[in-house]
Ligand binder design. Sequence first.
Ligand SMILES: NC(=O)c1ccc[n+]([C@@H]2O[C@H](COP(=O)([O-])OP(=O)(O)OC[C@H]3O[C@@H](n4cnc5c(N)ncnc54)[C@H](OP(=O)(O)O)[C@@H]3O)[C@@H](O)[C@H]2O)c1
Length: 373
Amino acid sequence: MRVNPADDDRYMSLALRLAEKGRGTTSPNPMAGAVVVRRGRIVGRGFHLRPGLPHAEILALLEAGPLSEGADLYITLEPCCHTKKRTPPCVPAVLDSNLRRVIVATTDPNPLVDGKGVAALRRAGLPVTLGVKEREAQALNRTYSHWVTARRPYVILKAGMTLDGQIATSTGRSRWITGMPSRRDAHRLRTQVDAVLVGVGTVLKDDPSLIARTGPRLLAPADRQALRVVVDSTLRVPPGAHVLSEQETAKTLVATTTAASVSRRRALEQLGIEILILPSAEKQVSLPALLRALGHRGITSVLVEGGGEINASLLRGKLIDHVCLYVAPMLLGGADAMGLIGGRGPVRLASASGLRGMKIRSLGEDFLVEGDL
Ligand SMILES: NC(=O)c1ccc[n+]([C@@H]2O[C@H](COP(=O)([O-])OP(=O)(O)OC[C@H]3O[C@@H](n4cnc5c(N)ncnc54)[C@H](OP(=O)(O)O)[C@@H]3O)[C@@H](O)[C@H]2O)c1
């Protein structure tokens, strides 16, 4: 069988671009794209759009129809072989298509799959090339991979800050540190995650709605907007807060402890707000318990837009996976201003958390600085 690695790269790149079309809508499923190529001609394409809809390879094979016979199938993620989901497994459909070869970018880290899809194809005698554009395919689904392996959502810390690291003035004012291009980009981030989280301190000071006002979710129903999560140990969130309004557009969950009064709980429940009572740690909501609970209900990613206190607890608990900092060209100063991470700092510099894979992009006059923790 003649195989050209440059062609493999090219067709897999196309499959990856198709997969990208599902960003923000496939969760808790991974993004996936597929291309069917017969004698150098693309005869089928597909990508996974949302849970319950067909997987990428099924759509690509459907489009190819009888032309899939003797063709090569490029898929960004190995086909599934388990039945614990709404759609039937893809391995039998792939085997029934009389393909010549299957090219897979990466295996699925879900323990129910984890190489079993590739193994099943090979066992049936279908040649499989594994690992074409593997790094790119793994990066595409890092949120999903984190969720299925760590069993908690991928946590992204986002903030708008001054060059000297302040996120609010001494009186708690933060609107607006960054310019419009940064704020628009931050709304784009909201459209790509399953939940947006703040501490009650931010609700009391800024009264944000946390709704994505831009991008594909603008007109989307409630199940397509990120879940809004408020961390509030004693239910201080005022019933008139913006974060509790527009429930028909985006749902809100308030995470609290048994220290909250029953009457406050009832008042919020009457507004249609879900109250989640969690264990407490030092009289505050246990954030590991909250993230576990969110992961359990299929929340694969959380964008933290909170203030210094919530950021500090997450950093202390080693619960941050990625940071997105919008840095504005201004110095604020003041020991009493609010820094990005509050609380007491470590004594030793060696205790600082180093970032990896740093990237910088300019947005108007600001810079977006990103990295992994
Ligand atoms: N520039 C930016 O990007 C940006 C973004 C957001 C906020 N801000 C600014 O940040 C300021 C608010 O900061 P903040 O620190 O007061 O707000 P926060 O971090 O959003 O909320 C802190 C509150 O969350 C509650 N909480 C519950 N469990 C917690 C836990 N495990 N760890 C930490 N907190 C927990 C606590 O209140 P209970 O004990 O009552 O539960 C705590 O006081 C405002 O001035 C706002 O403008 C700036």
